[in-house]
Design a protein around this ligand. Structure first.
Ligand code: SF4
Ligand code: SF4
Ligand code: FES
Length: 247
């Protein structure tokens, strides 16, 4: 049977027929149909990057069946997807061990690993990552670039020395302190501190003074963030003199 229109495709998940949109992320389609596939570097608000490799599935197209990451695999007509084959589970366990070597204390990672019976890692913990638990998933960078538009942080170095950091690992001057990267980081390794006077984004060495509401005096957001958003949406900066409650 032909699919109903150009955009809609039919495909199978674990032997059951489903429909999705041509070219959409296979992971998104799988989840929309109620199946679970783990991921640490995927977020629907930003482009997929394929870094953590936890979203592995097997895809059969014609006579060929291969292991692939699903977050950055564009959905196609007629593919058959297998979520939990022995090969998938075996590879996923190894990936979890590798990630645990990078971030042995990260809670979300540890609990995901435990679901696969992985409590520890045989791999040597990378000293460069030992104190910051970054798994190089790139989510912070993509959120900062694609959603916030601040372009404050980036990957630096190569191979074993690759890391996510502020320019020259110095103060991220372009960081507006919105906290979006902190929110999406799967290992909670960026760090944010807030006082009445200051919001501090620890990993990017960025301190931002807080704006106090002209009416109630409550600090409600970093001044720099407010100016950035006011300019972006084209309203007077004075519109943000008051907090949302007093506006
Ligand atoms: S807190 Fe700074 S680095 Fe993080 S998303 Fe916001 S602007 Fe970007
Ligand atoms: S800091 Fe967090 S979000 Fe950014 S690359 Fe590292 S693990 Fe991913
Ligand atoms: S979620 Fe697909 S590689 Fe990380």
């Amino acid at each position: 049977m032909e699919p109903p229109d150009d955009k809609t495709v039919r495909f199978q998940i674990n032997g059951r027929s489903h429909e999705g949109t041509r070219g959409e992320s296979l992971l998104a389609a799988i989840r929309r149909h109620g199946y679970e596939v783990p991921s640490l570097c995927y977020h629907e608000a930003v482009s997929p990057y394929g870094a953590c490799r936890l979203c592995l599935v097997e895809v059969k197209r014609g006579r060929r069946q291969k292991l692939t990451t699903s977050c950055n695999y564009p959905l196609q007509e007629g593919i058959e997807v297998f979520l939990d084959t022995d090969r998938v589970v075996r590879h996923r366990r190894t990936i979890l061990q590798l990630l645990l070597a990078m971030a042995p204390e990260a809670e979300e990672l540890r609990s995901l690993a435990a679901e696969y019976g992985v409590e520890d890692t045989p791999f040597v913990t990378d000293e460069e990552h030992a104190d910051n638990a970054c798994i190089l998933c790139g989510l912070c960078n993509r959120v900062c670039n694609e959603v916030v538009g601040a372009h404050a942080i980036a990957f630096a170095g190569r191979g074993l020395h690759k890391r996510m950091e502020s320019p020259y690992d110095d103060v991220a001057e372009a960081c507006i302190g919105c906290g979006a990267c902190v929110f999406v980081c799967p290992t909670s390794c960026i760090g944010i501190e807030e006082t009445e006077q200051m919001r501090r984004i620890l990993k990017w060495h960025r301190d931002l003074p807080m704006q106090k509401c002209a009416a109630c005096g409550r600090p409600f957001a970093p001044t720099f963030q407010i100016m950035h958003f006011a300019d972006k949406i084209g309203v007077e900066r004075s519109h943000f003199d008051r907090c949302p409650d007093c506006r």
